[in-house]
Design a protein around this ligand. Structure first.
Ligand SMILES: NC(=O)c1ccc[n+]([C@@H]2O[C@H](COP(=O)([O-])OP(=O)(O)OC[C@H]3O[C@@H](n4cnc5c(N)ncnc54)[C@H](OP(=O)(O)O)[C@@H]3O)[C@@H](O)[C@H]2O)c1
Length: 298
């Protein structure tokens, strides 16, 4: 299958590209720099130069492909409006190009703010609509294309997609603990996060294309339903040989900075429907096993 991947050089995207290439697919990755283009070429992927702000590059990439995986994201947490606009523009452009083609279009999403009081399932709809909502409402925008002849599939990734080299939330928590001299959790630390190893997450994306998942499918890339944030803080404390402590919610912003918004939010989620649909089961280490391996503290 000829697959166009945006975000092909990112944390999840580079693993997705590796798995697609290993499975014999032809991958074209979107690259916005010489470095990203070279990284893709070294792997044996094709390159389409472009940018999320260059909608024609996205349209042309989708037009030339049999399937699209959209993982690029500006992640400008200080300017969510900028990130949301780019996310919406990308989904609208790619989705429109794929209308009436029945081609798969996998769109990345997240688990923040869906069901704050319980673990989210694939059947829980996203309440976010419109450019000013979470991720610019891109999940619902993508799913609208399911009624227009696009095999639109949403993959909600766990808040921690962990593995060696993880530049994401775990790296941020480790860095914060080092700087502050304490590995902290917020309040009683019972807020929970789902987790998945990067290679298990990439396999879900590959299987979504190969099986393929039907139009309108919501997948959960979560291997563990929910790990208490206190347990995460304790593992990091063990790894860094630092004390572990609770901090009150009102001090979380000062302690964690932008991370506090996420570390204080329950993002637990099951993946039963995803496992049944794709025949997928996690095969890689759990989050705590990864944190206890020592690789996060070099
Ligand atoms: N990692 C997680 O734990 C997690 C959890 C929930 C949801 N997600 C979502 O999953 C998707 C992939 O996440 P990730 O962790 O792999 O992200 P990432 O490591 O930050 O990678 C982002 C990718 O987007 C590309 N990109 C950024 N700005 C761009 C622009 N203006 N034009 C074109 N490409 C641009 C980057 O290209 P360069 O390589 O050139 O910088 C990179 O390939 C995102 O939508 C993310 O929000 C991730």
């Amino acid at each position: 299958m000829q697959v166009f991947v945006t975000g092909a050089t990112g944390w999840i995207g580079s693993a997705v590209v590796d798995q697609l290439l290993d499975a014999g697919h032809i991958v074209t990755g979107l690259a916005r720099s010489d470095g990203s283009a070279a990284a893709l070429e070294r792997k044996g992927a094709l390159v389409r130069r472009g940018d999320l702000d260059d909608l024609e590059s996205l349209r042309a990439g989708a037009a030339a492909a049999e399937a699209v995986v959209h993982l690029a994201n500006k992640h400008d947490f200080a300017n969510p409006a900028v990130t949301n606009k780019a996310e919406r523009g990308a989904v609208e452009t790619i989705g429109t190009e794929l209308i009436d083609s029945d081609r798969p279009f996998v769109v990345a999403s997240g688990l923040s703010g869906l069901t704050p009081d319980r673990a989210t399932t694939e059947h829980d709809p996203s309440p976010f609509h419109g450019i000013d909502s979470m991720r610019g409402g891109s999940e619902n925008l993508a799913l609208e294309f399911a009624d227009r002849g696009v095999r639109a599939i949403v993959s909600r990734f766990a808040p921690t997609v962990h593995a060696e080299g993880d530049p994401g939330f775990m790296a941020g928590l480790v860095a914060t603990a080092r700087t502050r001299g304490v590995s902290a959790y917020i309040g009683d630390g019972t807020v929970r996060w789902a987790a998945i190893h990067r290679s298990d997450a990439a396999r879900i994306v590959r299987l979504a294309l190969e099986k393929p998942a039907p139009a309108g499918t919501v997948l959960h890339a979560t291997a563990e339903t929910g790990i208490a944030t206190r347990d995460i803080a304790e593992a990091i404390g063990r790894g860094l040989d630092l004390p572990v402590a609770s901090i009150p919610a009102e001090r979380a912003g000062a302690h964690f900075g932008w991370l506090s918004r996420f570390f204080g939010t329950d993002m637990s989620a099951t993946s039963d429907a995803t496992r049944t649909l794709l025949g997928w089961n996690p095969q890689s280490p759990s989050l705590i096993e990864d944190l206890d391996s020592g690789r996060y503290y070099r």
